[in-house]
Design a protein around this ligand. Structure first.
Ligand code: ZN
Length: 211
């Protein structure tokens, strides 16, 4: 799947951008559900790529202590074999009650009639929308502060607080590396960088690290 902000990416459509907000969901819940139903169907037909697989292999290496923090809302890291993935922007594979915060596995298709089994409130995808606070920030801050090496893969460097993590890592003494198709907005914050498709640069870097 393309990233949101690539040229031709999903968010080029300002309408969709408006939908990914609590207000957009309140105004147009059916359109919002239709958008996430489409994404859920699409990700179910996708397989983890070589970058996902390489990161899972690194995480499974007993010599490595890897915390995987992702802005992705799909489950491709898990399907590649990664464990304890921190989804800072949630996942559309989980449903969230907009009233009582109950969570359950999202059905393939959600609509305005999808209701919370606890309180009957409207269900929404468990994704962090614009204007909402990302999940697990305390755990992420601890992991970043403890890191020897901070690697950012395939991110625009636009969306905060994720975009600010490189500076926090550097301040705490970590080396920093950007693996990206092209320099991100935060490129000057990194010690090192390698540019190219994630499916190429990530496996190359992982095989060097694992020797
Ligand atoms: Zn509820």
């Amino acid at each position: 799947m393309g990233t949101f902000r690539d040229k031709g990416g999903l968010w080029e459509n300002a309408d969709l951008m408006e939908l990914a907000t609590p207000a957009g969901f309140a105004r147009r819940p059916a359109d919002c559900h239709a958008f996430y139903n489409m994404r859920r169907a699409k990700v179910r037909s996708c397989q983890p790529n070589t970058a996902h697989l390489a990161l899972a292999a690194l995480q499974q290496d007993p010599r490595a202590d890897v915390t995987l923090i992702t802005q992705n809302v799909d489950d491709l890291h898990e399907r590649a074999g990664s464990h304890h993935v921190i989804h800072m922007h949630g996942t559309h594979l989980v449903a969230l009650c907009a009233v009582c915060d109950a969570r359950w596995p999202a059905p393939e298709v959600m609509d305005v009639d999808t209701r919370c089994t606890s309180c009957g409130g409207p269900a929404r995808p468990d994704v962090v929308w614009f204007g909402e606070t990302p999940y697990h920030m305390e755990r992420i801050a601890q992991a970043v502060a403890a890191a020897d090496l901070f690697v950012a893969v395939g991110t625009s460097g636009i969306v905060y607080p994720a975009a600010g993590l490189v500076r926090r890592a550097a301040k705490a003494g970590a080396r920093t590396l950007e693996l990206n198709l092209e320099p991100s907005k935060r490129a000057s914050d990194f010690d090192d960088a390698r540019f190219g498709p994630a499916t190429v640069v990530v496996p190359e870097w992982v095989s060097e690290v694992m020797g």
